[in-house]
Design a protein around this ligand. Structure first.
Ligand code: ADP
Ligand code: MG
Length: 470
């Protein structure tokens, strides 16, 4: 058995071949054209672009042959690459002792004539051959040899082109990747910018709130004393007037016929109307001062939100006690049937929070819901005013209280303002526009929660109070 002929630089040669990443790729017209041309010029039935791998010949392109690869041992091409600067021409293999007994010669495809031009890279490695083959003895003239050699150089050019295109493609895909990364970074930057803007808005808002807080605290304080003074004295006034009226009645009883002057005066001031109206006036003064006190209380709560400590609280109890206070507003009245309350309490844990503040939130939002359904009864004849209170775990470590009404919803044009302090859409005397802004402060700033709402025209509004369990 003869030794496999090996080029001196075999290891580096294989690395060079590897560099082109061409083995086992699909046929390409650029190579096929050159192979056909070689067969045509040399008038042989077979032509091949054959690349010599470590243990096989692999055919990138071929004419007149079925196989795509053969074992490397002792082949013509394996010999040809050992002499990169010369062509290997075997006019008659049967008369050449190197090949005479080779199975490719003695059996199919019966190679008798072989001419292989080495495919030599610019740095001197013979990667394979462009070869022409015939089944009978042949000679090549000098023009045919020159043509085959220049075609082999074209094959190498084609391989260079190929690798350059691959590199270019890789480059492009790298660029696309970079572009994508850039786009991602851009997106993140935009998000950060957005967050910054939001923070800025929040800062401005909290700055506004704190100066507003001072103002409001001052006003509340100033109003508080005179109102208490009036309210405190109203009951005395009530008693005194009752006493005076009593006295008057006694006079009328025991002196049914007073003198002319008294009779005239009694007629002028219309005593019976005066007596009747006096009690009306007193009760409206009572209602009025109570209302002022309520307002003062909200104002004080508004400006004094930092007090007391967080405790573990059962939110359901808070909701229940708030409902108790609001019960009188749920009962049926001349203006509306009773308001139905649907409770869907979930299995929620106790929550670490400022209990009185959370109650204030429930109070504000439930009052708004009652206002909304009352209004819908009047304006759109809502036959079944109702409010649904649902509690649940919204995500790990967060609970949510959802308060939904079937009122008229929040009109789109005021949606941006409902959380603004002193924004109200209600008639003078009914709303002061602090409920939601206080609630927002409590839920978002004091409890790191969220306060959001969903609303649909004529389909009601749902407020979602979400706070962390701790
Ligand atoms: N459940 C609701 N349905 C419809 N509108 C609502 C609801 N809750 C709040 N609003 C709107 O938000 C405004 C602000 O509410 P709030 O801050 O509590 O002030 P007020 O109740 O004193 O008007 C209300 O005037 C109303 O226009
Ligand atoms: Mg309100």
């Amino acid at each position: 058995m003869k030794q496999l002929p090996l080029p001196a630089n075999e290891q580096d040669r294989l690395k060079a071949l590897e560099r082109y990443q061409i083995l086992d790729t699909n046929p390409e017209p650029g190579f096929d054209d050159l192979t056909s041309l070689a067969a045509h010029i040399c008038s042989t039935p077979i032509a091949i672009v054959s690349l010599v791998d470590s243990d096989r010949l692999w055919f990138k392109s071929k004419v007149g042959l079925e196989a795509t690869e053969v074992s490397r041992e002792l082949t013509f091409c394996a010999n040809a690459i050992c002499q990169p600067d010369k062509m290997l021409i075997v006019p008659n293999a049967l008369q050449d002792e190197r090949f005479a007994t080779h199975p490719l010669v003695t059996a199919d495809p019966n190679i008798i004539f072989y001419a292989g031009a080495p495919l030599v890279t610019s740095d001197g490695f013979a990667l394979g051959t462009l070869c022409t083959i015939d089944r009978k003895p042949r000679e090549l003239d000098s023009e045919e040899i020159a043509a085959l050699q220049s075609l082999s150089r074209q094959v190498i050019s084609q391989m260079e082109l190929r690798i350059n295109i691959t590199k270019l493609k890789e480059n492009i895909s790298k660029r696309v990747q970079v572009e994508q990364n850039l786009r991602g970074t851009n997106h993140r930057l935009a998000q950060i910018l957005n967050k910054l803007r939001q923070t800025q808005v929040q800062l401005i808002q909290s700055e506004k709130m704190s100066s507003l807080g001072h103002l409001v605290a001052g006003i509340a304080h100033e109003i508080n004393n005179p109102v208490n003074f009036i309210y405190g004295n109203l009951s005395h006034v009530n008693t005194y007037i009752k006493d005076l009226l009593n006295l008057l009645t006694l006079y009328q009883k025991y002196y049914p016929n007073p003198n002319d002057e008294i009779q005239r005066e009694a007629k002028t001031i219309d005593v019976s109307f005066l007596v009747e109206d006096l009690s009306n006036i007193l009760s409206s003064m009572q209602i009025g001062t109570e209302r002022i006190q309520e307002i003062v209380l909200s104002l004080r709560n508004f400006s004094r939100l930092g007090e007391s400590e967080k405790k573990l609280v059962n939110l359901h109890e808070g909701i229940e006690s708030t409902m108790l206070i609001l019960r009188h507003r749920l009962q049926s009245k001349a203006e509306h049937p009773s308001i139905e309350i649907i409770k869907e309490y979930g299995d929620i844990p106790q929550v670490q929070c400022y209990a009185s503040q959370m109650n204030q939130v429930f109070m504000n939002i439930l009052s708004n819901a009652i206002d909304a359904v009352e209004e819908s009864v009047v304006k759109t004849q809502n036959p079944n005013p109702k409010i649904r209170i649902r509690t649940e775990i919204s995500r790990p470590n967060y609970v949510v209280v959802k308060i939904a009404d079937n009122g008229a919803g929040i009109p789109e044009k005021i949606q941006a303002h409902v959380f603004d302090p002193f924004f109200t859409s209600k008639p003078v005397g009914k709303g002061i526009g602090l409920g939601l802004s206080i609630s927002y402060q409590i839920v978002v700033d004091k409890h790191s929660g969220t306060l959001k709402y969903k609303t649909q025209p004529n389909n009601g509004t749902e407020f979602c109070i979400e706070i962390p369990v701790k």
